[in-house]
Design a protein around this ligand. Structure first.
Ligand code: HEM
Length: 463
């Protein structure tokens, strides 16, 4: 016979577990009013299961379609799909911070613009860089020259490859983006020439192209401590744990991170004369303010590596979807119209066969094609998690501090009241009226367009 003590202990234990894992999330906790499926409310592993199947973003969208603009994703996680929530969570001065979800993007153990949680740390770093990424800085001078040179290299690659071979577009666009971004970040001391056929530089992208990276991403998000443990083993324990790795080494971005670290070493060890050749690069700018802003070598390496990682897939995936859409037979008229727009430009708008960037920036049809591609194929379509250090009210719901709140371009961009026939790739929806005036609908579409996020943590590389 169990003693009275054991019986009371068992009752308290079961009661506690029932309260914690059933009653609190479903009925008594502050988030229990939020609509959605009970299974998602009960355990974070329900969403993790969607993630494993590569369906997370679509599942969240389905939850919104079924339950409305606020849905529960987990015991401590909510997802929104309204402009009011967008302002409250991501608007300038909101006080919401990035969550630990971003920590795998730390490089060499250092935080960077992408991974800082604190608003103050982030703002301090951003002040050092924002002007170099401004529209006027990107469209003119040194940076514009880099972009134009690399476009020339891309066209050369396409033109020189025999038609019978064809150019593998996914890889070629990755070569384009890595060459532009490395040259922008490191100048001659780390700029790559993958488009020109440099096999070592092409090889840097090998681990990005490996489909196993999605499995690794799942482990890094859902089992971060285990993932860190597995990838930091050395010697015998490394050999023993090898079969358990979600992605065989080298894991995603190993090549890029090694390149970024080497570029920092090369800059640090270069003579003043050699350094002066990279004087307009991001690394040179960070080096200049190094002491005043308390940065050390690894902080600088981490910051540059982060921009490199943030810029490669996003740029090349957008271009890939754009080219794919243009290539579809039912979009032939769109391709023709785009070609016509470019052909209407005077010869003076081109140098070395490449259009001037400021001119390209003013082409309305090209603008519409890009906007529509970023809408339907946002390269970062998934939710962007944030949490607030204080209790807040969003869309009428009281949200306790520390609750993970997210929104996703995928859902915002598929609102059929704002974007009629949302699954159709239709650049024409972005064209101005005959009188050149923006319609009310256009204003609304712009408010809902979120490919680059918004507020203080908006993409710095947007231009
Ligand atoms: C089509 C191209 C791009 C898209 C759609 C894009 C999109 C985004 C988005 C959505 C975020 C916020 C992510 C989040 O909060 O979860 C972001 C942040 C960021 N992006 Fe981009 N990005 C693009 C290109 C670039 C490029 C070319 C660079 C740099 C060379 C870059 C550098 C960054 C950085 C450093 C951040 C962190 C900004 C901060 O927290 O202050 N991005 N990007």
């Amino acid at each position: 016979m169990p003693s009275l003590f054991v019986i009371i202990f068992a009752i308290v234990l079961v009661g506690n577990l029932l309260y914690r894992y059933l009653l609190h999330p479903l009925a008594l906790g502050p988030l229990s009013r939020i609509p959605g499926s009970n299974l998602y409310a009960l355990t974070k592993w329900r969403l993790a299961q969607d993630d494993w199947a590569g369906q997370r973003t679509r599942s969240i969208n389905s939850l919104h379609l079924k339950h409305g603009p606020v849905v529960r994703l987990g015991p401590n996680e909510i997802h929104f799909n309204s402009l009011s929530a967008l302002r409250t969570i991501y608007g300038a001065g909101s006080g919401f911070e990035r969550t630990n979800f971003y920590r795998p993007f730390d490089a060499y153990g250092r935080r960077n613009l992408f991974t800082f949680a604190s608003v103050a740390d982030h703002a301090r770093r951003k002040r050092l860089l924002a002007h170099v990424y401004s529209k006027s800085a990107i469209l003119k001078g040194h940076t514009a020259d880099i972009v134009k040179d690399k476009i020339r290299d891309f066209l050369d690659l396409v033109q020189k490859t025999p038609q019978s071979e064809g150019v593998e577009i996914f890889a070629a666009l990755h070569y384009y983006s890595i060459d532009v971004i490395t040259t922008f970040l490191y100048g001659t001391l780390g700029g790559t020439t993958a488009l020109q056929g440099n096999e070592v530089h092409r090889g840097l992208l090998g681990d990005i192209m490996d489909p196993a990276r999605r499995r690794l991403a799942w482990f890094a998000v859902h089992l971060p401590s285990l993932t860190k443990y597995l990838y930091t083993r050395t010697g015998l324990s490394e050999r023993l744990t090898q079969p358990l790795l979600p992605m065989r080494k080298p894991s995603t971005y190993t090549g890029i991170r090694a390149h970024a670290l080497q570029a920092m070493h090369d800059y640090r060890d270069a003579s003043p004369d050699t350094r002066s050749k990279a004087q307009d690069s991001i690394i040179a700018r960070l080096w200049k303010v190094k002491q005043d802003d308390g940065l050390d070598d690894l902080d600088i390496a981490s910051e540059c590596a982060d921009h490199l990682l943030a810029g490669i897939d996003t740029t090349s995936d957008t271009l890939m979807f754009l080219i794919w859409c243009l290539s579809l037979p039912h979009n032939a008229h769109i391709q023709s119209r785009l070609i016509e727009e470019c052909r209407s430009l005077p010869a003076t708008a081109f140098s070395n066969g490449v259009v001037d960037l400021e001119v390209a920036d003013r082409l309305p049809y090209l603008d519409a094609v890009i906007k529509e591609t970023l809408r339907l194929f946002a390269p970062l379509p998934a939710s962007e998690p944030r949490s607030s250090p204080v209790e807040t009210v969003i869309d009428g719901y009281t949200i306790p501090r520390g609750t993970v709140c997210s929104m996703a371009p995928f859902s915002l961009h598929r609102n059929e009241e704002v974007f009629p026939d949302p699954l159709k790739w239709n650049p024409d929806r972005w064209l101005m009226g005959e009188d050149g005036e923006e319609s009310g609908r256009m204003g609304e579409m712009k408010k809902w367009s979120w490919a680059f996020s918004s507020g203080a943590r908006m993409c710095i590389g947007m231009q």
